[in-house]
Design a protein around this ligand. Structure first.
Ligand SMILES: [Ca+2]
Ligand SMILES: [Ca+2]
Ligand SMILES: [Ca+2]
Length: 497
């Protein structure tokens, strides 16, 4: 049983970590976050400037079959067939008037920044239909954080197993339905997850789906495989007995409830210790893939949205999550090692420890290059073209999209152009790492080894100063470290970061 203080802290951290694009962390939240571990000092890497992305415009991809339940293309990576790329399902969900009214009230309170606790997960009964398949005992709840919501469109999780534990829909226990307002393309999450699965990483299956609520078209969503026991079974069929931790700290599936191991991970800042607790080769492969995309809300660079799976024999593995802030939401010259969001504390102490180790850093750079080689611009563009054509009519008809159709089309175009721009930058970055590159500020460090190549005073080995605004002068991943004392640590040891 959590105390009130523990619950408040958990809620604060969930707000900070969950899908919080556009979020602005208060100074107090930042201190709470940073102060949760003596390992983290205040600050972060100064982000690179964004640059415009050339757009070539969506192509005229073939319109795929709009998704009959039968005869549909096969899914890959062991995904449920409901997530096949060529399938575009319509899910009909029925909720009682009373439950719907309560969901609207809850959403209104959350989206208005009100008092409702986003950590509350109130499940309500629902009937779920797909074609002739009917689940009279399904459940539905609101998904996500109020930080990421607008007032027009709710996000949902649908569960099939809550009334009857063995019930599954096409092999699934749960589906997450996400339509974040900061992704007018409706495609970033889906595209990023497809890239990550192709790399062999444990990543959710996903496609797009229309949702009808009580017989009326509610809107277009990304339909995503939940990171739950079924996800573990698909990705680790011979090792299902580990714990899942949402955002690294929130129990998602306590098979063994090893809080001590989770806490130990976030208290460890030496690479040998980390390699003993986690599968560091898997970790750097996952971080590198996030860096290449780039994923602007993940573990890489931020320690924000992700899951940990405490694999019974391999130790902690990193699982990507919440990828709607990927690709063109970030600058195309985001540095694969040093980037962090300007709103964030910075990379985690564990990430920085790995990057500070020459051997592991070299392995990470090699992993970035491998992930770059798999960043197949033509194939990713083909998916953008095919999927944007697939969902186009559903975007037009979506009565709750908080942006115009023109904004949707422009974002698809920008995403398409970004893929080429990002690939070009990554190739120049790899060349720079291999044999040096442009030194924009003449501080002796080429752009790939300089945390701010527009500031001659900031470079590895520089003296950290206590200026305002705060700058990471010495390129160690922390702004103004050692300059100010954090407030006393008064939070529960339950939450470690
Ligand atoms: Ca430089
Ligand atoms: Ca510099
Ligand atoms: Ca610094």
């Amino acid at each position: 049983m959590m105390t009130t203080t523990q619950r408040t802290v958990q809620t604060t951290i969930q707000k900070s970590n969950a899908a919080g694009l556009g979020r602005i962390l208060s100074a107090g939240t930042l201190w709470a976050w940073a102060g949760m571990s003596a390992l983290l000092t205040f600050g972060g890497v100064v982000g690179c400037d964004s640059e415009p992305n050339g757009g070539l415009g969506p192509g005229a991809g073939d319109m795929p079959d709009a998704g009959a339940p039968d005869g549909a293309p096969a899914a890959t990576h062991g995904c449920s067939d409901i997530f096949a790329a060529g399938v575009f399902p319509t899910f009909d969900i029925t909720v009682s008037d009373a439950d719907w009214a309560m969901m609207l009230e809850e959403h209104g309170a959350r989206a208005g920044g009100g008092a409702a606790d986003p950590a509350e997960e109130t499940w309500r009964p629902a009937v779920f239909r797909y074609g002739t398949e009917e689940f009279p005992n399904a459940s539905i709840r609101l998904k996500g954080s109020a930080w990421a919501w607008d007032k027009s469109k709710m996000h949902f999780v649908v569960a099939f197993h809550r009334a009857q534990p063995d019930d599954r829909f096409r092999g699934l226990r749960q589906i997450e339905l996400d339509a974040t307002p900061y992704d007018p393309s409706f495609l970033r999450n889906r595209l990023a997850l497809s890239y990550l699965r192709d790399l062999g990483l444990p990543a959710s299956c996903a496609n797009s789906a229309r949702i009808n609520i009580n017989g009326v078209y509610y809107g277009l969503f990304t339909s995503i495989e939940a990171v739950d026991e079924q996800f573990v079974s698909r990705n680790f069929p011979d090792a299902t007995g580990g714990d899942l931790w949402m955002h690294g700290w929130k129990p998602a599936n306590l098979a063994t409830a090893r809080l001590d191991r989770r806490d130990q991970l976030f208290a460890t800042v030496d690479v040998d210790g980390l390699d003993a607790l986690a599968d560091l080769d898997q970790a750097i492969a996952e971080w590198a893939a996030e860096a290449v995309i780039p994923q602007g809300d993940g573990y890489w660079g931020l320690g924000a949205s992700y899951y940990l799976y405490d694999h019974p024999s391999r130790g902690f593995l990193f699982i990507p999550y919440n990828l709607a802030a990927s690709f063109d939401w970030q600058p195309s010259n985001a540095d694969p090692v040093m980037w962090t969001g300007s709103w964030a504390v910075g990379p985690t102490a564990q990430y920085l420890a790995v990057m500070a180790d020459p051997g592991w850093r070299a392995k990470y750079v090699a992993a970035v290059e491998a992930a770059t080689a798999a960043y197949d611009v033509m194939e990713l563009r083909r998916r953008v073209d095919e999927w944007s054509a697939q969902i186009s009519a559903a975007v037009v008809d979506d009565p709750r999209k908080p942006f115009s159709m023109d904004a949707h089309l422009q974002t698809v175009k920008r995403l398409r152009g970004f893929l080429m721009t990002r690939a070009a930058f990554l190739n120049s970055w790899a060349a720079c790492m291999a044999s040096g590159g442009k030194d924009g500020d003449n501080d002796g460090y080429p752009f790939c080894r300089d945390c701010d190549d527009g500031n001659q005073a900031a470079h590895p080995g520089a003296t950290e100063s206590c200026e305002t605004p705060m700058i990471d002068d010495n390129c160690n991943g922390r702004r103004n470290e050692g300059c100010v004392e954090p407030p006393p640590l008064t939070i529960s040891p339950l939450v470690q970061w």
